[in-house]
Design a protein around this ligand. Structure first.
Ligand SMILES: Cc1ncc(COP(=O)(O)O)c(C=O)c1O
Length: 361
């Protein structure tokens, strides 16, 4: 029996992604080879990557002056690649938790320029998303993390920026319509809403390629090279790109990003409503900043002793992946696109039943 999967990433994928990828492992579309065997230079694979790019552009409404890349190295490699390519004098960062802090750390490593943190939620333990921060005009770019996977905060809007805006959308890409024109670059590790772990999506505006710094940059770290070679300067993650294509087909068949957003709102409501109702649990996140994708919840004071018992009970209810990140504790339900209403209803029921058991003791 398939479990109710709330993993933070890798995470639940659509049945369509799983079934079609499983088929392609046996044979890629009548080509007599598995997707694991086929050459990335073959026309069979070229058709797969071309369609994945085209679907990304269609589903996210990406204008023609943007390129879509599938790279290796995870979103974490982007933390270093961005300053290597674009940091000349000064860059601005918004610090909203673990992942943006890592991006800031990497930006400082090479000492290419000043790194200014223009807004931060650190003073309140990253439990809110800073609003209306002032963006300096003398920086090479502004970097934001649109959804904070660990802390469970999300920006949920596309901000106007006078400087190139670069966004880590690893954990909320494809979960709502985004105005791509507001961004110079969007990147995301695939392993949440897009596909299995092992590919990173980069959506980059063409003019950014002219802004690449004139310094020696390792070839694999150059965006212009990856654009020129259509994500195939080296061997790309072929099966991941196949699975991404299938996920995009699924998103399209479900009604696109507006439908994804509506479902995300409904799923998140089920979980947040139960957290609010249940006397055992509370949300550590400010209501206006609450993420639809990652929902942390902790014990109300005095109930921490039930941690193990609740984890055992959740296991009995076929629920996996709700253990909170070690830096926050408690629990976290990741309710990405492929998570269903049945999954969130099962979680809410499990929480309610556990409360009854505790009260009846
Ligand atoms: C928002 C965000 N950025 C970056 C990363 C790092 O991604 P990767 O493991 O692909 O390097 C993660 C991973 O969970 C994330 O959630």
């Amino acid at each position: 029996m398939r479990k109710h999967i709330f993993n933070a990433g890798p995470c639940k994928l659509s049945d369509m992604t799983l079934e079609n990828t499983a088929k392609a492992v046996m044979e890629l579309e009548n080509c007599g080879q598995s997707i694991l065997e086929v050459s990335h230079r073959s026309k069979d694979f070229q058709a797969v990557i071309d369609e994945a790019v085209a679907l990304f552009k269609e589903v996210m409404n990406i204008p023609d002056n943007y390129h879509v890349l599938f790279l290796g190295g995870g979103a974490s490699t982007q933390f270093g690649m961005i300053p290597f390519n674009f940091l000349k004098k000064k860059a601005a960062y918004v610090d909203t938790g673990t992942w943006s802090s890592k991006a800031i750390k990497e930006a400082k490593i090479m000492g290419f320029g000043e790194v200014e943190v223009i807004a931060s939620s650190e003073d309140k333990n990253h439990t809110f998303y800073p609003q209306d921060f002032k963006i300096p005009t003398d920086v090479d770019y502004l970097h934001i993390t649109t959804n904070n996977t660990i802390r469970g905060t999300e920006i949920l809007k596309d901000i106007d920026s006078p400087v190139p805006l670069i966004a880590d959308m690893s954990s909320d890409i494809l979960s709502r319509p985004v105005d791509v024109t507001k961004y110079a670059m969007i990147y995301a590790g695939a392993q949440k809403n897009v596909g299995p772990a092992g590919a990173t999506i980069v959506i980059i505006r063409d003019d950014m390629l002219q802004k690449v710094a004139e310094r020696p940059i390792p070839t694999m770290w150059r965006y212009d090279i990856h654009v020129k070679d259509g994500s195939m300067y080296n061997t790309p993650p072929c099966i991941n790109i196949f699975a991404i294509r299938e996920t995009l087909k699924w998103v399209k068949s479900m009604g696109g990003l507006k439908a994804m957003e509506d479902l995300a709102i409904k799923r998140a409501k089920v979980v947040y409503d139960e957290i609010e109702r249940n006397s055992l649990f509370m949300s550590p996140v400010s209501p206006e900043s609450r993420s639809r994708m990652n929902i942390p919840f902790v014990w109300t004071p005095g109930n921490e002793q039930y941690q193990d018992a609740f984890m055992d009970y959740a296991k009995k209810c076929n629920i996996v992946g709700i253990k909170g990140h070690r830096s926050v504790g408690g629990f976290r339900a990741s309710t990405y696109n492929a998570c269903s209403m049945e999954d969130v209803e099962a979680l809410a029921k499990c929480m309610a039943e556990f409360e009854k058991q505790v009260k009846n003791k």
